[in-house]
Design a protein around this ligand. Structure first.
Ligand SMILES: *Cc1c(COP(=O)(O)O)cnc(C)c1O
Length: 428
């Protein structure tokens, strides 16, 4: 029998058998043991608290261990935990489809479930490729933004432009054409490039993070330019795949970033805040037109993609509860408060000599420091440690510091984040 290890710290026990994501273990510090979380706060195993300034990767927007969501999921748990979603259906999935359709862009009609953000985009990519295949057109390439991020499975990796560490897999990627994000000055060039490029007639779909590129360090682009690109591509039969895994559910100040642009996506990818950080789930939604390209007497025209936990009833229940909360006055007020607080903070800080530029959309706020930094370099680590010492969890990306705190963050907690950022400026 193994000896009891209860007195050892989590961070020490962790090292024996665990392999962490996005980590080079040889040069990484120990993992911090987190014992509990509540609202906007995380508590480590020594009891120190941290404001979760990035909502644990943009998931728990309604606060950690939200009592309303916990209650709904624990009630559901007593009735139906899991059932195969091929040949069966259930109330939480059906209700989620009915409720979500009400707030999605009007052209979205069908929902396809999977397990996470990468699978949501993977399904979106497969839908776009098979859509043309089913129609007898050979379109085998995709279009994507430079510096986009769409996940870590093969299709998602292929279309992601931030592939600095994806070298070992590059030979196996889908063919992808990349364009820069639109600005007021490059939009005509982009449209001219697309006009020429589309003559080849082999682009099946365009996958894009609308308005905010999260992993690229919260880069925000021009909605008019995006709309022009989308309208042009739609005219040329390229399916529009909006990856709203990060931007979805109120973070941009509207329910979806796609609500800011006129040209609506054919396919949308959702995850992260979808289930409020409680249980992983992904969703790919599409228009009736996309769906009908798969609807046939020919079985092989169906979408033969499926995950074991598809539409898990508990995950659907968490998503339903989150959707209800999103539409409450309390959460909408929280969103408006964060927006105002960020604007005020921005006015204070944007002219600071160490700040190169700032940007905001909804509750997403980012600033670039006037220093060059590696994405995972020493200065970045120094900043990270400084924030943690101040009781604030922020994850600088290169020279960018960004905030994406839960909608329920209190004014005092948000001030703690701002204070930590201000004091960090003296460090660089
Ligand atoms: C996080 C993210 C993904 C991947 O989601 P996972 O659940 O981490 O696989 C895909 N697209 C965007 C825009 C994301 O932010």
């Amino acid at each position: 029998m193994r000896k009891t290890v209860a007195l050892e710290k989590l961070s020490d026990r962790d090292k024996k058998h665990l392999w962490h994501p996005l980590t080079q273990h040889k040069v990484s510090p120990d993992m911090l043991g987190i014992a509990k979380a509540k609202g906007a706060l995380l508590f480590d195993e020594d009891g120190k608290e941290y404001v979760d300034g990035i909502s644990s990767w943009y998931t728990c927007m309604y606060g950690h261990c939200n009592p309303y969501i916990l209650k709904k999921v624990s009630d559901q748990m007593q009735h139906l935990d899991q059932v195969v979603f091929s040949g069966f259906t259930h109330e939480p999935a059906v209700r989620l489809s009915e409720e979500l359709i009400k707030i999605l862009p009007k052209n979205q009609e069908k929902l396809f479930f999977s397990d996470n953000g990468s699978t949501a985009t993977e399904v979106g990519i497969k839908m776009a490729l098979q859509y043309h295949h089913n129609k007898g057109e050979k379109r085998n390439a995709l279009l994507a933004f430079e510096e986009g991020f769409h996940g870590d499975t093969f299709g998602a990796m292929s279309v992601s432009g931030l592939s600095v560490y994806n070298g070992p897999f590059a030979d196996f990627f889908i063919e992808v054409e990349r364009i820069p994000v639109p600005t007021e000055t490059n939009i005509n060039q982009i449209l001219m490039f697309l006009e020429r490029r589309l003559e080849k007639n082999n682009i099946a779909g365009f996958i894009y993070e609308p308005l905010v590129q999260g992993a690229a360090a919260m880069k925000i682009h021009d909605s008019d330019g995006l709309d022009k690109i989308l309208a042009f591509l739609k005219e040329h039969g390229v399916l529009l795949i909006a990856d709203e895994v990060m931007t979805g559910f109120g973070k941009t100040g509207k329910n979806f970033a796609s609500d800011y642009v006129q040209t609506k996506p054919d396919i949308m990818c959702l995850s992260k805040a979808l289930t409020a950080g409680l249980i992983p789930m992904g969703l790919t939604t599409c228009t009736e037109e996309v769906y009908m390209a798969f609807y046939s007497d020919d079985i092989a025209k169906g979408l033969f993609h499926g995950h074991t936990y598809t539409a898990n009833p508990l995950a659907c229940t968490a998503a339903l509860a989150a959707l209800e909360l999103l539409q409450t006055d309390e959460i909408q007020t929280g969103i408006q408060n964060s927006i105002k607080w960020h604007q005020k903070f921005d006015a204070e800080i944007k002219n600071h000599p160490k700040v190169a530029n700032t940007r905001q959309l909804g509750v997403i706020y980012a600033l670039d420091l006037k220093v060059q930094m590696e994405r995972y370099g020493n200065l970045r680590n120094k900043l990270f440690n400084h924030f943690m010492e101040q009781g604030v969890f922020l994850r600088p990306l290169g020279h960018t510091i960004y905030i994406l705190a839960p909608f329920v963050t209190t004014k005092e907690q948000m001030q703690r984040i701002y204070g930590a950022i201000k004091s960090a400026l003296d460090l660089v």
